[in-house]
Each structure stands twice: as C-alpha cells, then as structure tokens.
Design a protein around this ligand. Structure first.
Ligand code: SF4
Length: 266
C-alpha cells in the first residue's frame, strides 16, 4: 500500500528534476523536489530553495533548516518523519521572492505532492506559501499558529523559520505555535484511534440488480483512506477557521481537481 504512494511521489520528483516550465530552471544548479516519507503525517511547505538547498538538492538544509529542525524536535518530532517541500522547486536568483507566474507554473507539483501524501497537517512556512495555499485567507501575522480548514485539509500557517534568524522575537512566537501544532497532531491521532463506524448496508432496488460498489480511494493515496474531515471537527472555543463553509467570508471552495498536467504524471 505504502509503496504505491512512495512510487507516485518518486515519479513527481523525477518530473520536477527535469522541469523547464518556468525561467527559474535557467539559473538553478538543480531542482529541489522535497524530502521525507510518503506516509508522513505532517507536511511543511516553504517558499523556495535557497543557496544551500540549490547546491545540496534538499529543502531546508541551511540556517533556516536548522531552526525548523529544532522547532520540530521541541515537540518530539524528528525531521525525517515529516515531508518538506517548497512552493517553487528551483531557487529564485539572489533569493528574491518567487514571481506569481513562477508559483503558478510550479503549482501542479505541490498539488500532486499533497494529494499523494495527504498529511494530517500542512505547515505553511511564511507568507508566500500562505498566499499560494490559502489565497484570500489573510496575512501571516493574523493566522500564525491557527488551524485553518479548507476543503478536506488542515493547515497551520507559521512564520518562516528564516524570519526568526533576522528577528529574534519571532523565535518565541514560533516555539509557542509549534506547541499548538503538537496539540493539533494529538487531536488527529486521537481521532484516528476512534473506531470507524460501518457504513449501512446498501439496499438493492430489485432482485438481480447490479451490485453496488463503494467508490475506490484515490490511487495516489492508498495509505490514508479515512476522510480527513473527521480530524477537524471544532471543539468549543477552538481557534479554527473553516474557509469555504457556511458563515465564512468567501464562497465555498471545493478541493481543486488535479490539473491536466498533474494527471499526466501518473
Ligand atoms: Fe519547473 Fe517549478 Fe523549477 Fe519552474 S520552479 S522550472 S515550474 S520545477
């Protein structure tokens, strides 16, 4: 089961490594697809590779990566247990911000990675990843550390670890937010342990009618068959933002279907 997701993720990585879909490929040393297990329960999404990542070929291996590793360890997680990637997979020259067109060109890769891994929690590292994954949700200063539900996915925006290198006071904020992430994961784990209620039997309309079949789970995500909506039922007083639901400030936004390019990957 798990090897199916790992194989699908490896295929996405292979496409990224040879991608020339935007100008960022021109000055890269190499593309940086992402790292971590296909069965990761947490996924972290940053902005784009920096100089060290471009050279090494792995995300978050520079100074900001060390901050991220320490933050994960502060809540009992090992870096190797989470899947880490970026909005754009090739380094913007001079570490400039990625252009909207570059993020758009690269978006189907991130969509495919999320669809394959289907993590319990997606950590959004910084404002560029926030704009890409939760457009219109608000700024990082208002959303950091909060659960945000969109479609069947649970996101937690955080300040980018690099920001704490330049503004020391943000380190404490990041540490506090990571403690909240620990709580969200514990909730997800508790919900996972709850017994799944059996679906009621399907009544056949008439003798000899064709037998009904349950819809098959997505082929790209065999390891995570249970619906993630079960993870996000809000408790009273919980700081949950449920985007795209009744009472939200923007119209409902269904999960985006895989793009044509994405489908062509499999
Ligand atoms: Fe392709 Fe993304 Fe790299 Fe642009 S940033 S060349 S779209 S992999």
């Amino acid at each position: 089961m798990q090897s199916g997701a790992a194989d699908a993720l490896a295929v996405v990585h292979e496409y990224i490594l040879v991608c020339t879909d935007c100008p960022l490929h021109l000055k890269r040393i190499q593309a940086v697809p992402g790292s971590g297990p296909a069965g990761a329960r947490i996924m972290a999404v940053g902005e784009g590779p920096g100089e060290t990542e471009d050279r090494v070929g792995r995300p978050f291996v520079g100074a900001a990566g060390n901050v991220l590793t320490k933050l994960l360890e502060s809540i009992g997680l090992r870096r190797d247990d989470i899947y880490i990637t970026n909005v754009v997979k090739c380094r913007p020259p001079g570490n400039r911000d990625p252009e909207p067109a570059e993020m758009e060109a690269c978006s189907h890769f991130l969509d495919a990675q999320i669809e394959i891994i289907r993590p319990d929690v997606i950590l959004i590292l910084g404002r560029h990843a926030l704009a890409r994954l939760l457009p219109g949700a608000g700024g990082i200063s208002g959303l950091h550390g909060r659960k945000v539900v969109r479609g069947d996915r649970l996101y937690v925006p955080l300040y980018h670890p690099a920001a704490a290198l330049y503004q020391g006071s943000l380190m404490r904020t990041l540490e506090d937010d990571m403690l909240k992430v620990r709580g969200y994961l514990d909730e997800a784990e508790a919900r996972r342990r709850q017994p799944v209620q059996a679906a009621p039997p399907v009544a056949h309309a008439q003798a000899g009618a064709t037998k009904s079949h349950s819809p098959a789970p997505p082929s790209a995500s065999p390891a995570h068959a249970e619906p993630l909506l079960s993870l996000v039922a809000p408790e009273p007083g919980e700081p949950v933002l449920r985007l795209g639901s009744p009472g939200a400030t923007e119209p409902p936004t269904p999960p985006e279907p895989p793009s044509r390019d994405q489908l062509s990957l499999f």
